[in-house]
Design a protein around this ligand. Sequence first.
Ligand SMILES: N[C@@H](CCC(=O)N[C@@H](CS)C(=O)NCC(=O)O)C(=O)O
Length: 234
Amino acid sequence: MIHLYYWPTPNGWKVSIALEELGLPYTLKAVNIGRGEQFTPEFTRLSPNQRMPAIVDQAPADGGAPLSLFESGAILIYLAEKSGRLLPADLRGRHAVLPWLMWQMGGLGPMLGQHGHFRLYAAEKIPYAIERYERETRRLYDVLDAQLAQGEYVAGDYSIADIAIFPWIITHKAQGLTLDDWPHVKRWFAQVRERPAVQRGTALGKEMRKSAMDDEARRHLFGAAGTVAQETRQ
Ligand SMILES: N[C@@H](CCC(=O)N[C@@H](CS)C(=O)NCC(=O)O)C(=O)O
């Protein structure tokens, strides 16, 4: 059994989708990031970066003590290796997938995260920041579109690279983008969205997400600066 520390956001969906795809049994442990549960001492022991997702595998393959992991990319590799699926074992297949996983972790996720923040959530709308991250977001979509022009999935067969990237593409409307600008991404997105495991993974905990971005959530997620700016605006 795997304990999944989770809140329904793109980084959380990567792991819920992978668990559903792999059919691994798991128990949901909600981490309400809008209420600061990522900062508790118990959760910090599992995820020193105080971000979800995290997992604890109660039955790791070596038969040893429960194994805990943070960082969604590392978790995806672990789950793929545990089940021998979604990450090819051969040298070339494996190292076709891993660069795209790292591209998502180091580029697509952080840049879209910043774009979304400055566009939607920042109390002060700073044109320079919005334009800078929108330019980078569009460049990354161009890169993904060029890659998907060459094959059905991101790197060979459907893999943890697709699973890492897909949840961030879900956010395209909130990012003010239309997939019509990237036809190969649009085709791939529609295809991946049809997968039953993807639908189950992204539906996990949907009801928990009802609470809006209120002042308390802003304080936990954006810190004192966000709160001060918000209060000044009122
Ligand atoms: N690189 C990390 C990023 C995780 C991350 O940023 N999670 C966000 C939600 S999508 C979070 O926990 N935010 C809480 C906060 O900002 O305090 C990963 O991929 O696991």
